[in-house]
Ligand binder design. Sequence first.
Ligand SMILES: NC(=O)c1ccc[n+]([C@@H]2O[C@H](COP(=O)([O-])OP(=O)(O)OC[C@H]3O[C@@H](n4cnc5c(N)ncnc54)[C@H](OP(=O)(O)O)[C@@H]3O)[C@@H](O)[C@H]2O)c1
Length: 348
Amino acid sequence: MPSLDALPKTIRTEAELDELMACPGAELIETMKRLAGDIAILGIAGKMGLSLGTLAVNAIKAAGLRKQVYGVSRFSDPTAIAALEKAGVVPIRCDLLDRTATSALPKVPNIVFMAGRKFGTVGEEALTWAMNTIVPAHVCEHFSKSRVAAFSTGCVYPLVPTGSIGSVEEDRPDPVGEYAQSCLGRERTFEYFSRINGTPVCLFRLNYSLDLRYGVIHDLARTIWEGRTVNRNVGYFNAIWQGDANSQALRALEVCASPPAVLNITGPEKISVTASAETLGRLLDKPVTFTGAPCATAYLNNASRSHRLFGYPRVPLAQVIDWTAEWIKQGGRSLGKPTHFEVSNGKY
Ligand SMILES: NC(=O)c1ccc[n+]([C@@H]2O[C@H](COP(=O)([O-])OP(=O)(O)OC[C@H]3O[C@@H](n4cnc5c(N)ncnc54)[C@H](OP(=O)(O)O)[C@@H]3O)[C@@H](O)[C@H]2O)c1
């Protein structure tokens, strides 16, 4: 197994990437020793879930424990089932919009909630609201005695001036557009049930996870590699290596409280689109062209609280930029799921 203490210079294959992403740090292994009972990851079949599930299994093994990790999704892509089984995660097919089906899930004490809907919201707003508010209600009803680390998004805050320190957890949410509003609805649903049932919850406000196959750095690198123009209307963003985000999501199970704990989850840098694109251009040996001029505001979250709890991310941003440039040069796979980080009107 690779080590987080000696990061590789390059990552050549998806197997190497997946193995690194699922490599548990010492703190996560200790969390597993303290955490009683099995874990269920709801909405596991997306961009982050398989790597999060594998990380949980590896941390449990490294702690010398026997805990089951369940992975729940509809499995729209059935190949995810075999990948989960190979990783040691027990897949359970369930549509969480179905209250009866949700009530048949095994009642495990630790829940990581990842199911959600973002892209395609414009024109199908009702489905987004149902996914982001009714599903959490089903989950809270069934898992009222569990602790729940619930993925949320930094988009529950408004865009803030790029010269500011970024949104902190005490700031009042003021989401722009129906997707972000429905995400605040998700948070409020978890908060409501946490307050009435005493369910411990952590609202995990994530800003841009970075994988080599998707994420803002991937999007920038691919745009430059293909000779397209980089849109820098939104001039700054925050991001975190997916392995670090996943590790923090599992460690957040220990932070759950009633009423809910709230954590901003991202890296320490305010990343400039212009500067990161120019670095990628150099590494890719390609010219970079821009459109637009950075506007005065952006989604910027201040994650000092989570850094104090969990430490800084183990994989530095500069390393992710190097790895991504190499990945793109070698023709590494893309998930084909652009982040649309350049959107500032909340319309997805
Ligand atoms: N990735 C990021 O950078 C980022 C940033 C901010 C917030 N987040 C939030 O973090 C969470 C995890 O991120 P992600 O990128 O892995 O999300 P994702 O790619 O959208 O994955 C979520 C998965 O949930 C499953 N799902 C959707 N509806 C479901 C239903 N009715 N019943 C059961 N499962 C359902 C889907 O798999 P099936 O189709 O197989 O059911 C989907 O692939 C999401 O809530 C996302 O909004 C992510």
